[in-house]
Ligand binder design. Structure first.
Ligand code: FAD
Length: 299
């Protein structure tokens, strides 16, 4: 109950206080912070995916700045030979403004990345944007093969059908599979932990059957163990899938996966707009804040 109270209070906490707990989840405010974090991850044997924070913007100038910042990131990935790709969100490119704007800006970033041989992951946001995101991924990966991939969420009831549709529409799908972070209505989503886990493994099996390249994005032992069994069942080689984790989460799992020789990619966000992302992460695990506050209160 204490943790639920903490989770619900998060949006009302002073920014500095959230920042104190959220530091672990973000590389820093500047692009250089993301580059040095990526270097450190690469030295550990992990790959990266760099994400510029800042989402749901209705300011066209901010969306333009996002394009320019991603180009700077891509230039540096190339120059500094970083082993990382990038992740982008439709809502950071002005989808709230209109779809044409976000499509134009995202296409610009993906084309720029493609010219440098750098892969782009189009993150999945909440359900009003699912169709848009899948369509954009299919269109751009047809125009620029292997330039981009997208994300599917196991919490959504539609995901199994989306996998079939994507597999029928592209030569080799490139999908990050995750549980899904957004609170979605019961009519369209499983809002029960066990059902989401079951659907995750069902979706993962179908993706493997369809020969997709999958980023298995989870820190949940049930899903990591289930994925290992499927990897064995389908006799996949290490280069035919990867695990993905968030910066700041379960470093012992990260070390174990790397020690066992799996490909592992760490989601590495940076930017001034760290607050909404950090609140989402802390709400996922309010125990982090809860135990620190309990410690302060009890001395
Ligand atoms: P959980 O049951 O939430 O976590 C398992 C265990 O991991 C917890 O018991 C805890 O020990 C630890 N843990 C999990 N989260 C935290 C945390 N924040 N702080 C500390 N410990 C934690 N969602 C989307 O909707 N769209 C996306 O595009 C998207 N991209 C993602 C990219 C990556 C690389 C990853 C790893 C996740 C992404 N997510 C995305 C988020 C995802 O949907 C889940 O919300 C998130 O991964 C938590 O689910 P879990 O499978 O790790 O299971």
């Amino acid at each position: 109950m204490f943790n639920t109270f903490i989770a619900n209070s998060m949006p009302y906490m002073p920014k500095a206080m959230v920042g104190f707990f959220a530091k672990r989840y973000v590389a820093g405010a500047l692009p250089e912070d993301a580059f040095s974090m990526t270097k450190a991850l690469n030295a550990e044997g992990a790959m990266g995916t760099i994400d510029l924070l800042g989402e749901f913007t209705d300011d066209i100038n901010k969306a333009k700045q996002t394009v320019e910042m991603y180009k700077l990131v891509l230039d540096n990935i190339e120059k500094q030979k970083l082993n990382t790709n990038i992740s982008i969100k439709p809502s950071a490119f002005g989808i709230l403004f209109n779809e044409e704007t976000s499509t134009k800006f995202m296409t610009e970033v993906i084309s720029y990345a493609h010219s440098k041989g750098i892969f782009v992951r189009i993150d999945m946001e909440n359900h009003p944007y699912t169709d848009y995101t899948i369509d954009l991924y299919l269109t751009l990966s047809r125009e620029m093969p292997k330039s981009c991939g997208t994300v599917l969420q196991a919490c959504l009831k539609r995901t199994i059908d989306d996998i079939k549709h994507i597999a029928d529409s592209t030569e080799q799908a490139n999908i990050r599979l995750c549980k899904g972070i957004y609170k979605e209505p019961d009519e369209i989503a499983y809002n029960n932990r066990k059902k989401v886990q079951d659907n995750f493994l069902e979706c993962l099996e179908l993706l493997f059957q369809k020969k997709a390249y999958v980023g298995i994005a989870t820190h949940d032992d049930v899903l990591v163990n289930g994925a290992m069994e499927l990897i064995k069942k389908y006799k996949l080689e290490k280069h035919e899938y990867e695990f993905q984790m968030l910066l700041g989460v379960r470093s012992e799992l990260r070390k174990r996966l790397l020690a066992d020789g799996h490909r592992l990619r760490i989601y590495t966000p940076f930017g001034e707009d760290w607050l909404p992302y950090s609140i989402r992460r802390l709400k996922e695990n309010p125990a982090i804040v809860g135990s620190a506050i309990k410690g302060i209160l009890t001395g």
